[in-house]
Design a binder for this molecule. Structure first.
Ligand code: NAD
Length: 507
């Protein structure tokens, strides 16, 4: 990823840039494969002692991270605003609070979630099984720039509580925030070497996968996700892939239009539209289409955009890097050229900052790139459909399937539609928010990724699930052991016929 946000003329450092002003914020090293390997080795050495601690002790120690984070929230927010172009409220709500809440949640529930779990055996009743959850070792967390704090830190907290060491490879666009996270971690008096941050670009991420990590959690684009999957596959390292999204919002004829319009505007523009779960396309049923467009445009025009460094009264900050502004501009221009109507916005703002106006497009068609490719910017394309069935069909006509949204006053209709949509999560009458619910799973279907993060599933994925099988009744021998005999064969067959002749519920 090369951009004005990074100093690509130097092979050894990256300059972090404030996207709202163009100001240089600081430099970080591009770490070599040798340095990355040393970081993994140091994390592994520290992990051996960490894994020996009872999980309750690990939880108690990790809890302190949330305390430090909340006590130093302002400085974390300041940096998120300056390095990622966020508004102060988004930096607080979507980064700091989400991370502190996730920490509290897993500190409280992980000991129970990682308790050994018995498996009742339905046939071999003289034996018993249980699962137990063993830390994997060192978890590599490769992160994007759009949520440079809450994404890597959420994975890190789960991995640490589960008994792992962690090496974070932050995005080259937002490396200083990851270094701030390490500073807070050290202030929480956690083992210094257990968490490492390796800065650099793509090759540093590739080096991390090649440095003997035991598990990789990758969040980023589909294109890089495929490379990561290949690299992990070659080394047989398990990985979770959290990739792109193209979330559809279906607005039914009976929807609360005011709620739907406000949700779509917030869901399309929050974090300047740079959310994998952003509302990226709207399918509005004919009967309410015009009224919905009118309300969405009205609310979009009220959005106040600007540099949030000095003001709380900004709804939308800068985009995080210049390449993203170019992508958005191309998609909007192509849609307008193909007949979409630019209801509001539609242009980048002149000046040094990386701003694209909050944009609403109507008259969009499914074949337009703006309806098919991930926009990752503040653009809400709207398409008129005749029926909800047509909307579901079009929603599913995508290679991505992370989040989807349905707006209806009829809860049961909402659930019926939700269950037909190919997405990891479908929200009814709301947008984005479940990323902030650590108890619910997060992840996509199709090319939006593999695996789930958050919830008991994400926590257990930070462990190897191992199985122990033991005898409940001491027997001298099993009947099917050597020597094989005709009598044993007949007895087994008779028994099996008796058992399997019955339906499972009759046994
Ligand atoms: P990206 O794929 O360009 O980069 C992600 C990370 O991968 C960066 O740290 C980068 O340096 C690293 N990387 C690049 N090449 C690599 C390689 N060969 N091996 C290992 N690591 C490598 O993505 P981005 O532009 O930073 O992030 C935006 C994308 O992330 C969007 O598509 C968005 O939808 C997606 N995203 C998904 C989720 C989710 O939960 N599913 C969340 C946030 C963002």
């Amino acid at each position: 990823m090369g951009s004005a946000a990074t100093n690509i003329s130097s092979a050894t450092t990256i300059t972090s840039i404030n996207p709202a002003t163009g100001e240089a914020l600081g430099e970080v090293p591009v770490m070599t494969p040798e340095q990355v390997k040393a970081a993994v080795d140091a994390a592994r050495a520290a992990q051996r002692d960490w894994a020996k601690l009872p999980i309750e002790t690990r939880c108690r120690r990790v809890a302190k991270f949330a305390d430090v984070l909340m006590s130093r929230a302002e400085e974390t927010i300041d940096l998120l605003v300056r390095e990622a172009g966020k508004t102060r409220l988004e930096a607080l709500g979507m980064e700091v609070i989400i991370t502190a809440d996730l920490t509290r949640y897993f500190v409280k529930h992980a000991p129970e979630m990682l308790e050994p779990e018995p498996i009742p055996l339905h046939l071999m009743k003289h034996r018993a099984s249980y699962l137990h959850f063993v830390p994997r070792g060192v978890v590599g967390v490769i992160a994007p720039w759009n949520f440079p704090f809450s994404i890597p830190l959420g994975e890190t907290i789960m991995a640490l509580i589960a008994g792992n060491g962690v090496v974070i490879k932050p995005s080259e666009v937002t490396p200083l925030i990851a270094l701030k996270a390490k500073e807070l971690y050290l202030a929480a008096e956690l083992p210094p070497d257990l968490l490492q941050v390796v800065t650099g670009r793509g090759p540093t991420g590739a080096a991390l996968i090649d440095s003997g990590i035991d598990y990789c959690v990758f969040t980023g684009s589909v294109a890089t996700g495929k490379k990561v999957a290949v690299a992990c596959g070659e080394r047989l390292i398990p990985c979770t892939l959290e990739l792109g999204g193209k979330a559809p919002a279906i607005v039914c004829g009976d929807a609360d239009l005011e709620r739907a319009a406000q949700a779509i505007v917030w869901g399309g523009f929050a974090n300047s539209g740079q959310v994998c779960a952003s509302v990226e396309r709207v399918y509005a049923v004919d009967s309410i289409h015009d009224a919905l467009v009118e309300r969405v445009v009205k609310h979009a025009k009220e959005v106040r955009q600007g540099d949030a460094s000095h003001s709380q009264d900004v709804d939308m900050g800068a985009m995080s890097w210049d390449q993203q502004v170019n992508n958005v501009e191309k998609l909007v221009d192509a849609a307008a050229g193909a007949g979409a109507k630019v209801e509001t916005g539609g242009k980048r703002k002149p000046g040094a900052g990386m701003f694209f106006e909050p944009t609403v497009l109507s008259g969009c068609k499914q074949e337009m790139d703006v309806m098919r490719k991930e926009i990752f910017g503040p653009v809400i394309p709207i398409m008129r459909v005749q029926t909800e069935d047509e909307a579901v069909k079009l929603a599913n006509d995508s290679h991505l399937g992370l989040l989807a949204y349905v707006f209806t006053r009829d809860r049961e209709r909402g659930k019926r539609l939700a269950e037909r949509i190919e997405a990891g999560t479908v929200m009814i009458n709301d947008v984005l928010n479940t990323y902030g619910c650590p108890e619910t799973p997060w992840g996509g279907v199709k090319q939006s990724g593999i695996g789930r993060t958050h919830s008991i599933i994400g926590l257990r994925d930070m462990c190897e699930t191992r199985h122990v099988n033991y005898d409940r009744v001491a027997l001298g021998r099993e009947v099917w052991w050597y020597p094989y005999k005709e009598g044993t064969f007949r007895a087994l067959l008779r028994g099996a016929r008796l058992l399997f002749g019955k339906r499972p519920w009759q046994r």
